[in-house]
Design a protein around this ligand. Sequence first.
Ligand code: FAD
Length: 257
Amino acid sequence: GPYMPTRAPDTSKVYMADLESALHYALRVEVARFSVLTGERVRALKDFVAVLAKYFPGRPFVQNFLRSVDRWLRNVRGSRIPYSALKLVLTNRKEVAPAVLSNNVTWVGCQGSEPHFRGYPCSLWTLFHLLTVQATRHRRLDPLEVLGAMRGYVQSFFGCRECAQHFEGMAAESMDKVRSVDEAALWLWSRHNRVNARLAGTATEDPQFPKLQWPPPELCHPCHSVVKRRQVWDEAAVLQFLKAYFSPINIFLNYTE
Ligand code: FAD
């Protein structure tokens, strides 16, 4: 069909196109739905962009972009932000220090077999796993910094409201029990698997990309162990795998690498 990629993405890789598309869609499409941001939404946007500016391992001009948006948001006085003002800050600048985030979406690892499958929600998960893992390199910080920013973004802006409700339910139940940045990365991994289990076999599942308990043994054999003849996760191995999978050297710029 017309939406099939020319070659299948490698499921052992993370693709920069998906991550940059997530940023574009989150900031310039989802946030843009609100002509004026107030209260909780201002807080959520500031926290989300602060985390991106700090931990997103982007190309230099994308990092410049995120840092300039972050600087602007930090200096906002008052409790309301018209999107018209934010829009100017989200415009690409190509001068001495280019600050650029591509204005379109390109799905590679998140390409679905039909346009209504995968795409943005897939890229948002990928982005937040990456951010929780990058934050583990900064051990002294608030373990809930990234998860809190994700929770706020999803609550305030994620267009799938049913998803937001489900996610808030999981967050309210156990997010505040997270005690370290390593636990934060594992919390998101295990909650994502819960969502995968709930959605397996439903209409949202792309038949070409069945919902798995992730990572499957082909991706991480040591993540799976057997205790009393039952399959269980080896969480230490999972953490090690997450740190390798969501590391800057495993992010590829295009299909052909
Ligand atoms: P996704 O589940 O989107 O995963 C993207 C990629 O992440 C996978 O391809 C894989 O490489 C990797 N991955 C998979 N599992 C894990 C894991 N456990 N840890 C780390 N990486 C992993 N849809 C609904 O219909 N109902 C909902 O309630 C719902 N809630 C959602 C809540 C949130 C916060 C988000 C971001 C999305 C939600 N969605 C929901 C969408 C749904 O979870 C999928 O994103 C969507 O169906 C696309 O699935 P996918 O096959 O592309 O893989």
